[in-house]
Design a protein around this ligand. Structure first.
Ligand code: ADP
Ligand code: MG
Length: 328
């Protein structure tokens, strides 16, 4: 038994197995005005889980995060974190809970104080050295050491978003809600920031729910996905299951270029292979350079199809292809 307590990862596993704290969203409905915005959503999130919320713009992703945060009163249903019911402003004078942090699409910061001050604002002053060490750690997670002493109002949108993220994890919440967390951050910084932040949340076993329209936020990081379509939860499954069996055009389109071919169903561009001899014939329309491959657009019977291929192909040339729906 003692060995368990000396080993960090066993320790975490052990405590997780005993205290499966979680978020329980039970049959919630909500409307801003007459038309329902979200209807009958039910799902649960485990401690330390990374859940992605995907759906078209206007489908209700941000509204769902705000409801979980307790920003609005539900029209029906309940939300619990562990045994604590999340209540809206009718029942709670101050919106929000200590154990939960929420970074909205319109990150709210203090413009007239520095980045470091913003990040450290809610950290205790009792141990000043510890506070400074923590601020430095947070600055390095979001890669903002260089502007630590700059006033927030002078920052770019992407830098402000990074300050908001650092501020949200400063006091190590149990659950964090992130709404399009990297939408303002340019591609140069996005990859490493995303890895840093999600690795940090996993290491600390912080539950996170991320609303996003970017499949790069999802594929490498999310344990599970929920899909919101027209205010309803239409899918809840593991990331791999949703990717390999998207079921709807909407979900397939979230992950990338795909085709719908009679007798095969949804087929991603990489699940088709151009060969010298194959069952199906098509005529090349155009080749698009995509970095490590080309995307070939071709006419197959009466429809345009897209196939991943290592090189560009001449327009109007005839190709033959097979559909290979293997997992990888
Ligand atoms: P998403 O984040 O998926 O883009 P939202 O949750 O922001 O979607 O919005 C869902 C629907 O609710 C949209 O039709 C939007 O116009 C509407 N909506 C969002 N916020 C408000 C509000 N404060 N008042 C009225 N309608 C709103
Ligand atoms: Mg939104």
């Amino acid at each position: 038994m003692w060995a368990i307590f000396k080993n960090k990862s066993l320790q975490t596993a052990f405590f997780c197995a005993i205290f499966v704290a979680m978020l329980k969203v039970n049959n919630i409905s909500f409307q801003y005005q007459k038309k329902p915005t979200l209807t009958g959503l039910t799902f649960q999130v485990h401690k330390g889980e990374h859940l992605s919320v995907i759906g078209e713009s206007g489908s209700g992703k941000s509204t769902l995060l705000k409801l979980i945060y307790g920003k609005y009163d539900l029209n029906a249903g309940t939300i619990f974190w562990k045994n604590e019911q999340i209540l809206g402003p009718k029942h709670n004078l101050v919106v929000g809970y200590d154990f939960m942090k929420y970074v909205s699409q319109e990150f709210e910061l203090e413009p007239y104080i520095t980045v470091a001050e913003n990040i450290g604002q809610h950290l205790s002053n009792f141990y000043p050295k510890e506070k400074q060490r923590r601020i430095q750690e947070l600055l390095s997670i979001v890669e903002l050491q260089a502007v630590a002493q700059t006033k927030v109002r002078y920052l770019s949108g992407g830098q402000k978003q990074r300050v908001a993220l650092a501020r949200a994890i400063a006091k190590q919440p149990e659950i964090i809600l992130l709404d399009e967390p990297f939408s303002h951050i340019d591609n140069f910084k996005k990859q490493s920031l995303r890895r840093n932040l999600f690795a940090y949340l996993k290491a600390k076993n912080i539950t996170c729910i991320v609303a996003t329209h970017d499949n790069n936020d999802v594929l490498s990081f999310a344990d599970n996905i929920i899909v919101i379509h027209k205010g309803q939860l239409t899918r809840h499954d593991t990331t791999q299951n949703v990717y390999y069996n998207p079921k709807t055009h909407l979900i397939a389109s979230f992950f990338g270029e795909y085709n719908f071919i009679e007798s095969y169903g949804i087929v991603y561009a990489h699940q088709m292979k151009i060969m010298t001899k194959a069952r199906h014939k098509a005529i090349v329309k155009q080749s698009y350079f995509n970095g490590n491959h080309y995307l070939i657009e071709a006419l197959f019977e009466t429809q345009s199809i897209f196939i991943k291929h290592p090189e560009a192909l001449k327009s109007q040339s005839t190709i033959y292809f097979e559909v290979i729906k293997t997992r990888l």
